[in-house]
Every structure is written in structure tokens, then in C-alpha cells.
Design a protein around this ligand. Structure first.
Ligand code: NAP
Length: 515
């Protein structure tokens, strides 16, 4: 029998997806797993993103696992620190700490086709082997730095929203923010309150909706904490609302295009309420359909531009100087600090996952995707990469909460792992026809989605990949995705059993030589 790997499962990443996988493994009675985490703490995106104003963008009741509902959220939209506390509490309550190996930055994973296992190498030179590999890499792990001339030569402080310097005090400074995505929407109002001058460089405007955020009263928290039906009811109500908006407005856009227009009207009304200057309003107004790019929720972003110390800059940045930014019209604005709110490397060649993954026959996943376009069966498995579960792979994004998506994907992975163990199989590989059928269904579904709108193509949206395909989007309802994660046909996978090592052929010795 080939030599057994060190562990049954390796989980890469201790963000919410990795935590969810680990909880599921333990609940299934599987204890032989390790979680490799490159940082010195758990929590993923909520450990890293600590810029002023960071918070969830959907109500907290939906930004939690169904099996671990926190009844004690302090606000309707929890702040980042509270979400990180939630992650910490899950790790503590479910006894995950002993499984976590911090400071293990994975650089490669290779499938051993003879032993049916994965060999994972880390930057520190350590090696781990396991039968199954769950790569819970998330999508917001690598900061994207703009390719603007001179950006690396800025002599003052440069800070990316992903790596916010907790000791930085912006009071009284002249600050420039490049980027107007969801992070910028949360950060700008906070900076505007403190700095002497704030220049916000906008390339593409963002749609913004009002944020119905309030502190939860002690009484409301008590009810949510004590009565599970109250938690489920509030979660169900919010989820249904978001699901309907996404399902009708995004997934079935071509059938109901007027819905998107109605939502745009609500957002434009919000803009009128926030900004009195019609010229400024015009420059802040997006020129693409609502939903082509990730919209944001804020009651203070648009109004920040009416403050005397805040300027919206829409001229193209020509270059960054050691102490200033110059725009194409020749204006030079001096600054002390440059904030890059320029997002993440999202499903680029080497970003998701951010390490080399070599499957059967030594094929590199990045090259496989480059050749075949981004695709993964049920958003999680890829032909030629057995025993590997990507959380997420392409076509992962359904509707609302990242945590709900993680629950579905980990349910799929767990079903494969437990079935393999029950059958004594050591190889679980998605069959090409099943995978191709899923991919064709995704492409068919995309044809009625919002992303067919011509305006999306011009919106610089990361929902569209370099082929112009919304390859992260799964155009199906959450209910269907939930069901499929737990009931996909097991026959879609190939289950192989260990091949015993062939006994060594006895050599010809003096005693067995034919005389
Ligand atoms: P983002 O949405 O990718 O936005 C990046 C911004 O930087 C865009 O405005 C982009 O302009 C601009 N930019 C990039 N390169 C540029 C260049 N060379 N010159 C000028 N501008 C440039 O990134 P993000 O705001 O960090 O948000 C990323 C994602 O994180 C969100 O979509 C969301 O899923 C998640 N997020 C979630 C929350 C939450 O739930 N609370 C909060 C923040 C972020 P263009 O638009 O023209 O490309």
C-alpha cells in the first residue's frame, strides 16, 4: 500500500471559509486536519481590513453562519472589529486553535498521483501532506496597486486599505484617496472628518444606497439573544429581500430590466438628498446600470463631497510626484499621505489562489484556467485536480452573504470527503462531462443576467474577467445552490481506490537461476 499522508485534510486559510470547513470536519468526527494560515492571526479579510469605517455591507443577521447565530450584534451593520470578534469566538467555541498553524505561507501544492495525496510547501520550507486539500483562499487576499507613473516614488506615507497602519493619525494632514469602490465609500467620510484636505480621485463613480444602520438597543439584543425564532425571522426577512433583488434584478435582468431602473431611481434620489450642487451630482452619478459593479451603502459618502475640505477629482491622474499628484489637466495637488483604495487582485493569473497548484500530470491550475477560461464544477472542483476543493472557485458568487456561500461550498467538500472515506476511496475527481455540463449551464444563465447589459462592459467591473465573462457569478437562486451543495449527484465524481504498490520483482539470484 502507498505510504499514507500526514493528515486526512489540509485547510489553507483561517478566514471564515477555512473556519467553516474546520467546524464541519470536527462535527463530522474528523479530527485529523490542519489549518495553514500565512498571517499571525485568524480572521482573513476581517483581520486584514482595519481601515477607519470598515463594516459589513449587509445586515449582521445574515453575515453569520446559520449554525452559529450570534444574537448579540451591537449594530444592524456590524463594524469590522465586531466581525473579527465573531470569527475569534467560533475558533474558541469549536476548539479549532490546536489545528491552526500560524505563519505558514503556502507557496505551492502538488498532487501526488501515485499516493493520491497533496504535498503543500510553505515559504518557511515546511512540507505538509494530506489526502484532501481545501484551499479556503478567499478572494481579497492580494492588494492591487495602481499602475500609475511615480506611485512607488511617493516620498510621504503610502497606505493601502488592506494594510492600514493602525498607528497612523491623519488629523490635520493633506490626504489623497485613489479609488471610489466599497472600501473608499466607508473610508472617505471618516477621513473627511479629520484631515485638513482630502482629494478623492475617482475614475468610475459608484452607485450608493442609503444604509439603514442603527445601534441595536439592549432590549432588541436581549430578544435576539434569547429567542432563536427571532434570530431566524430577522435573518429570513433580510435574506429574502436581498435574494429577491439579486434574483430578479441581476440574474433575470433581461426579463425584468425595469427593476434595475427602479433601484437606480432610489439611488439617484439619495444622491439628490445628499448633494445640493447639480454639477457635483452629475460627476458622482454612475453611467452604467446599477449592479454592473459592486454598489455600496452609505449615508455619509456622497455628502462628504460638499464639505469645504473635500475635493472630488475626476481628471485622469498623470503621475504621482514625491509630494504631490498631477492630473492630466496639469493641476498639481500637494499631499502628505497617499491612500490606495484600489482594491484587490481578483481572479487574476496568480491571485486566486495566490500560490501554484499542480494537479495530475503536473498541470498548473493557473495555466489550465488561462487555456480553458475560469471554470469550476459547482464553483469548487476542477477536472484534473482531484481531492482539491477551491473555496471559492469561479462561479461561486450567488446572492447575498459570503458566509452563506462558504457554508454551501464547505457542505459540498465535506460530502465528497465523508463519502470517499466511507467507500475507502482515496481519489475523488470531478468527471469532465459533469463539469462541462455545469459550465454550459452557467454560460446559458449569464445570457439573461445583468452582465449582458452593454453598460457593464464599460464599467471597469471585476465581475467581468478578461474575456468579458462574469465567471465569478453563479446565475442561480440561493435555494438551488443550497440544494445542489448537499445533493449533487455523487456519480458526477470518479472515486478511485488505492492501488497497492506492486511487489518488487525478485531479481535473479544464484538460488533461483535456472540451471
Ligand atoms: P474596488 O471595488 O476594486 O475599487 C477599487 C477602486 O480603485 C475603483 O474605484 C477603481 O476605479 C480604482 N482604481 C483602481 N486602479 C486605479 C487606477 N490605476 N487609477 C485610478 N483609479 C483606480 O476595491 P474596494 O473598494 O477595496 O472593494 C473591493 C471589494 O471588497 C468590494 O467590491 C467588496 O466586495 C469588498 N468590500 C466589502 C466591504 C463590506 O462588505 N463591508 C467593504 C469594502 C470592500 P475603477 O472603478 O475605474 O476601476
Amino acid at each position: 500500500m502507498p505510504e499514507a499522508p500526514q493528515h486526512e485534510v489540509i485547510v489553507i486559510g483561517a478566514g471564515f471559509a477555512g473556519i467553516c470547513m474546520a467546524i464541519r470536519l470536527r462535527k463530522a468526527g474528523l479530527r485529523d486536519f490542519v489549518i495553514l494560515e500565512r498571517a499571525d492571526d485568524i480572521g482573513g479579510t476581517w483581520r486584514d481590513n482595519r481601515y477607519p469605517g470598515v463594516a459589513v455591507d449587509i445586515p449582521s443577521v445574515t453575515y453569520q453562519f446559520s449554525f452559529a447565530q450570534n444574537g448579540n450584534w451591537r449594530r444592524v451593520f456590524a463594524k469590522g472589529a465586531e466581525v473579527k470578534e465573531y470569527a475569534d469566538s467560533l475558533v474558541a467555541e469549536h476548539g479549532l486553535r490546536p489545528h491552526v498553524r500560524l505563519g505558514q505561507d503556502v507557496v505551492s501544492a502538488e498532487f501526488d498521483a501515485r499516493r493520491h495525496c497533496w504535498l503543500v510547501r510553505t515559504a518557511a520550507g515546511d512540507e505538509f501532506t494530506a489526502r484532501f486539500l481545501v484551499s479556503a483562499h478567499g478572494v481579497f487576499g492580494k492588494a492591487s496597486t495602481p499602475d500609475i507613473e511615480g506611485v512607488g516614488e511617493f516620498a510621504g506615507r503610502t497606505v493601502h486599505t488592506l494594510h492600514w497602519d493602525q498607528d497612523y493619525a491623519p488629523e490635520g494632514e493633506r490626504v489623497a484617496v485613489i479609488g471610489t469602490g466599497a472600501s473608499s465609500v466607508q473610508l472617505v467620510p471618516e477621513l473627511a472628518r479629520e484631515v485638513e484636505r482630502l482629494d478623492v480621485y475617482q475614475r468610475t463613480p459608484i452607485w450608493v444606497m442609503p444604509r439603514p444602520d442603527v445601534k441595536l438597543s439592549p432590549r432588541a439584543r436581549k430578544v435576539l439573544d434569547r429567542f432563536a425564532p427571532a434570530r431566524w425571522a430577522s435573518r429570513g426577512l433580510v435574506s429574502t429581500g436581498i435574494e429577491l433583488a439579486m434574483w430578479l434584478g441581476v440574474t433575470n435582468y433581461t426579463r425584468l430590466p425595469f427593476l434595475t431602473k427602479r433601484i437606480e431611481k432610489l439611488s439617484l434620489r439619495h444622491l439628490r438628498q445628499q448633494v445640493s450642487d447639480p454639477g457635483l451630482r452629475e460627476r458622482l452619478k454612475p453611467g452604467y446600470d446599477f449592479g454592473c459593479k459592486r454598489p455600496a451603502l452609505s449615508n455619509h459618502y456622497w455628502s462628504a463631497f460638499e464639505k469645504r475640505n473635500v475635493e472630488l477629482v475626476t481628471d485622469r491622474i498623470k503621475r504621482v510626484h514625491p509630494h504631490a499628484i498631477e492630473t492630466a489637466d496639469g493641476t498639481v495637488r500637494e499631499i502628505d499621505t497617499l491612500v490606495l483604495a484600489t482594491g484587490f487582485k481578483f481572479f487574476e493569473y496568480d491571485s486566486v489562489p495566490g500560490y501554484a497548484v499542480r494537479g495530475e500530470d503536473g498541470v498548473d491550475l493557473r495555466d489550465w484556467w488561462a487555456e480553458n477560461r475560469f471554470q469550476a464544477y459547482e464553483g469548487i472542483t476542477v477536472p484534473g485536480f482531484p481531492n482539491l476543493f477551491l473555496i471559492p472557485g469561479p462561479h461561486f458568487a450567488t446572492s447575498w452573504s459570503w458566509l452563506v456561500m462558504a457554508e454551501n461550498q464547505t457542505a459540498h467538500a465535506l460530502r465528497c470527503i465523508t463519502h470517499a472515506r466511507a467507500q475507502g476511496a482515496t481519489y475523488v475527481g470531478i468527471r469532465r462531462p459533469a463539469h462541462d455540463r455545469f459550465y454550459r449551464a452557467m454560460r446559458r444563465g449569464h445570457r439573461k443576467s445583468l452582465f449582458t447589459s452593454a453598460s457593464c462592459a464599460d464599467s471597469n467591473t471585476y465581475y467581468l474577467d478578461r474575456h468579458g465573462e462574469p465567471s465569478i457569478v453563479r446565475p442561480q437562486s440561493s435555494a438551488k445552490v443550497w440544494w445542489r451543495a448537499r445533493h449533487f449527484p455523487l456519480a458526477d465524481y470518479e472515486w478511485r481506490h488505492p492501488v497497492p504498490d506492486r511487489p518488487k520483482q525478485p531479481g535473479i539470484t544464484a538460488s533461483n537461476r535456472l540451471s
